[in-house]
Design a protein around this ligand. Structure first.
Ligand code: PEP
Ligand code: MG
Length: 325
């Protein structure tokens, strides 16, 4: 199978009826980038930057971050690189950074909430990303957005960061694209409003499933309730993608579901622009993609929307897949 997959590294990711899908990689280290490049990745749809903060005993300096972001941007040779700003808190903590003891860390002081509070920490990262943007097609993405106010506040700090760089005589892409992760039900419900503030969305299905179903994604005891193919999740996806389409902004998916073969017809039906996944999933997804068509996926999705249970959804999907084999 690996040999056969190697043969499609340079094949364009297009369905039989001509729908092209950008297949990107999620990376959280430089090493993972090499695997992604070997799989013919379209770019990096999610660069998790937490490792820069976790691998040392103090906050990473602007120059240290810049070197890493720049290296990734250059290795991608013009292909897009979406850098997600710091997403700590919840399950990811920093020894040297005092986070409060919390009853519910996943609902607590984390991600963009920390960044909008510790603005020096945030601006250091924004400036490092901005400087890297003069070496490739770099984009910025904010995690865990729940309101328009948060996007406005983050963008204000981004503007300040640009001005500071300008004053220091350092270059950056003045038109850098800014996007947000859609991973909270609140963001889904106001997706039309959020779309007016940004250049792109990327759906974080890992958190979106967790928060839609109120099921802790780390809790083994209730893992059977962590069900991405829940009718409520399908509706969340549909609302988000349709809002992005209406606003004419780029729409991607970067949670685990993007690399799940079974979910592929859903993304085709909803006409998603980009799927970003762990590097080893890129070729298997492409191999399936080129055997599918968007028209059949649309009919299937209509049926999925009628399903009242996850079990029915799984059944419809497996009947659909079995016709391919
Ligand atoms: C997600 O929530 O789907 C996501 C891609 O981000 P993370 O898994 O890093 O929370
Ligand atoms: Mg997330």
């Amino acid at each position: 199978a690996t040999v056969r997959l190697k043969g499609i590294v340079s094949v364009r990711p297009v369905t039989k009826d001509g729908k092209e899908m950008e297949l990107g990689a999620n990376i959280s280290s430089l090493k993972e980038l090499d695997v992604a490049l070997a799989s013919g990745t379209n770019g990096v749809g999610l660069f998790r930057t937490e490792f820069l903060y976790m691998d040392r005993n103090r906050l990473p300096l602007e120059d240290e971050q810049y070197e890493v972001y720049r290296t990734v941007a250059e290795k991608l040779e013009g292909r897009p690189l979406i850098i997600r700003t710091l997403d700590i808190g919840g399950d990811k903590n920093l020894d040297y950074f005092e986070l409060p003891e919390e009853e519910n860390p996943f609902l607590g002081y984390r991600a963009i909430r920390i960044c909008l509070d510790k603005t020096d920490l945030f601006k250091t990262q924004l400036k490092a990303i901005l400087r890297a943007s003069s070496h490739g097609k770099v984009k910025i993405m904010y995690p865990l957005i729940s309101s328009v106010e948060e996007v406005v506040a983050a963008n204000k700090l981004l503007e300040e960061s640009k001005q500071e760089l300008q004053a220091e005589g350092l270059s950056y892409d003045a038109d850098i694209e800014v996007g947000i992760m859609i991973e909270l039900p609140a963001a889904v419900m106001i997706a039309d409003m959020l779309a007016e503030e940004v250049d792109f969305f990327s759906i974080g299905t890992n958190d979106l499933v967790q928060f839609t179903l109120a099921v802790d994604r780390m809790n083994e005891q209730i893992s059977h309730l962590y069900e991405p193919y829940h009718p409520a999740v399908l509706r969340m996806l549909k609302l988000t993608i349709e809002a992005a389409k209406r606003a004419g902004i780029h729409i991607g998916v970067c949670g685990e579901l993007a690399g799940d073969i079974d979910a592929l017809p859903i993304w085709l039906a909803l006409d998603v622009d980009e799927l970003s996944m762990s590097a080893h999933a890129i070729l298997p997804i492409k191999e399936r993609l080129i055997r599918l068509n968007q028209q059949d996926s649309r009919s299937l999705f209509e049926q999925l929307l009628q399903c009242r249970t996850s079990e029915q959804i799984h059944k419809e999907l497996s009947v659909f897949q079995s016709k391919l084999d």
